[in-house]
Design a protein around this ligand. Structure first.
Ligand SMILES: Nc1ncnc2c1ncn2[C@@H]1O[C@H](COP(=O)(O)OP(=O)(O)OP(=O)(O)O)[C@@H](O)[C@H]1O
Length: 578
């Protein structure tokens, strides 16, 4: 499916479900016409059956009533089913591009990402909730008012006035609660995210005696949200109470007006009760809409939120297919600004990495090494400048195709809650037994190259060990790094981007990594890595010293120099920087 052909798949999906909405609207018209039947029944019973004592007429009227009410129920069910289908269609058409965008939009904040799918769920829920039925019923209120006019112009005028008054209350409610509802929703979502994070960080909080302070912070934010929600519920509750009061009053006043008109022999006895029923029916949608106004508001906010989210640039949108890259990297004048501020994390950085070359980024903490690697990996987009792979700008590569040829280990080895094999294979799905065997063989080969094979074999279920969401996947930091490295080497990448790949490795792991890097270089793989430990520099062809977001010098290691001992990187840095 073309994921980027339509910038807003939600509106496209809703437009695609137009037929369903049109039929639901048509059925609503019929349903609302049939709602008139009880009023007509009452009119006929009072005006025809009682005065004439016509038993046969009564039976006939009852049969008509039963048939009409049965048809009404069937139509009601049919329109509900149509709306259900529209919501399924929305899920099918909008969920895939939204999920792709959630993972693909490089400029989205975590809050925007997690809100996006919630917005879709809210919209889907509203499509099958009471609010939409009330919205479908509302346009038919004029029918009842028109019938009231047919009974007597005064009754019609009264029904019209009552509807306008109730609609006014609904509009006032919307105006008063709109801003508060949006603000409460934002604060409640932020509170939820902070709470989730605190759960993940509970261990550190407990050990460092921070629990009391963390709980206090949560309670303050919760109290704020609860107060706002309470105030909102109070306001909308008051509007709902006023609406209920007015509707009941208007319904009874309609009866009184009918009686007065009957006394003056302007209408029949039956019309008294029919008028009351009709006015009640005309006012019901207003009350229903007000009762589910919160849902209508959140649906509107969700639609706007999704539309804004879908306008964010998507680096992973499919592009024209290009041949498999050789891995030649060109970084040209790249600058990156800290999100939401003017602070430069990278300023006008330029360099290149050739196939078969190992380039190491070194420099003090916070210098910008990880940021640079993330830009080259296309995890974030630069504010200025560009990165080209084999001469083609990253923006023009198909990210899925390019990603399959890149090996990347982020600074924190992020693994997924799945088996070790699935993690290393990047969730590659076999389409037959042979393909399955092939994937397993490639997973083992990647793990062997990363020096992770023996370690993985010692896991409880070897390569089939499922990693969990909690407790860092159930692996030690070094084990996670080995699995992350294996994943980077899966699929014979032509470009390796390794952010401190040896930070948690023991001496054996580090030696295996150096051997693997040397052999990958011989195979023509381009490697860009960052490290604080000197050992990896022994295999580097060039070192770029990064400081304050710029490359301050480029150094080629002296092949005749004695191997550096651990801990001598700072001295080396000072040397290269001089
Ligand atoms: N998401 C972010 N928002 C704002 N500033 C950020 C963000 N990520 C990183 N930075 C800032 O960017 C600068 C460079 O960080 P980066 O992680 O690239 O440094 P590094 O050289 O990799 O450091 P280290 O060696 O400690 O890993 C730091 O000053 C950091 O505070």
């Amino acid at each position: 499916m073309p994921l980027s052909s339509n910038p807003n798949p939600v509106s496209a999906a809703l437009r695609g479900a137009q037929q369903h909405f049109l039929w639901a609207a048509a059925f609503s018209g019929l349903v609302n016409l049939l709602y008139l039947v009880p009023s007509i029944f009452m009119l006929q019973v009072y005006d025809r059956v009682v005065p004439t004592r016509g038993g046969a007429t009564l039976v006939f009227l009852i049969v008509i009533l039963i048939v009409a009410l049965a048809v009404l129920s069937v139509l009601d069910m049919a329109r509900m089913r149509l709306l259900l289908r529209a919501s399924v269609r929305l899920e099918k058409r909008a969920a895939p591009p939204i999920l792709h965008r959630i993972l693909g939009a490089t400029t989205a904040t975590p809050a925007e990402r997690s809100a996006a799918i919630r917005h879709l769920d809210t919209l889907r829920g509203v499509l099958t909730g009471p609010a939409i039925l009330a919205l479908f019923d509302a346009p038919w209120a004029p029918i009842y008012i028109a019938v009231c006019f047919l009974l007597h112009p005064l009754l019609g005028g009264f029904a019209l006035l009552a509807s306008v008054l109730l609609a006014g209350v609904a509009l006032a409610s919307e105006q008063v609660t709109k801003r508060g509802a949006a603000e409460t929703q934002i604060r409640s979502a932020a509170q939820g995210r902070l709470q989730d994070y605190a759960v993940q960080a509970a261990e550190v909080g407990r050990v460092l005696g921070m629990r009391g302070a963390i709980v206090r912070g949560h309670l303050e934010r919760r109290a704020d949200v609860v107060t706002r929600q309470g105030a909102l519920a109070e306001t909308s509750g008051a509007f709902l109470a006023v609406t209920k009061f007015l509707r009941q009053l208007f319904q009874s006043l309609a009866l009184a007006l009918g009686a007065w008109l009957a006394i003056h022999q302007s209408i029949s006895m039956g019309a008294i009760f029919a008028a009351s029923l009709l006015v009640g029916r005309a006012l019901a949608p207003v009350e229903q809409i007000l009762g589910s106004w919160k849902n209508v508001l959140s649906a509107r906010a969700s639609y706007a939120g999704l539309a804004a989210f879908l306008r964010l640039p998507d680096a992973t949108a499919p592009r024209t297919a290009l041949p498999r890259p050789r891995g030649a990297v060109t970084v040209a004048g790249v600058s990156v600004r800290a999100p939401g501020s003017d602070r430069m994390l990278l300023s006008d950085v330029s360099f290149d990495v050739s196939p078969g070359e190992i380039v190491a980024l070194i420099g003090p903490s916070g210098a910008g090494k990880s940021t640079l690697l993330r830009v080259v990996a296309s995890a974030i987009s630069p504010d200025r400048g560009e990165v080209r792979i084999d001469g083609t700008s990253l923006a023009d590569w198909d990210r899925e195709a390019l990603g399959a040829c890149i090996g990347y280990t982020p600074q924190a080895p992020t693994l997924f809650p799945a088996t070790v094999t699935a993690n290393i294979a990047r969730f590659a799905s076999p389409t037959g037994d042979a393909a399955s065997v092939d994937i397993e063989a490639r997973v083992v080969a990647a793990a062997m190259r990363a020096g992770a094979h023996e370690t993985i074999q010692r896991f409880a279920n070897g390569y089939n060990t499922p990693l969990t969401i909690r407790e860092a996947g159930g692996l030690s930091a070094g084990q996670r790094q080995l699995v992350s490295l294996s994943r980077a080497l899966f699929g014979d990448p032509s470009l390796l981007l390794l952010d401190e790949p040896n930070a948690h490795l023991d001496l054996n792991g580090e030696a295996a990594l150096m051997k693997t890097l040397a052999s990958l270089r011989a195979q023509g793989v381009a490697v860009l890595l960052s490290t604080h430990r000197p050992s990896l520099l022994q295999v580097a062809d060039r070192m770029l010293l990064v400081r304050d977001g710029t490359i301050v010098s480029i150094v080629k290691p002296d092949p005749d120099a004695a191997p550096r001992a651990p801990g001598t990187l700072d001295t080396a840095r000072q040397g290269v920087g001089a």
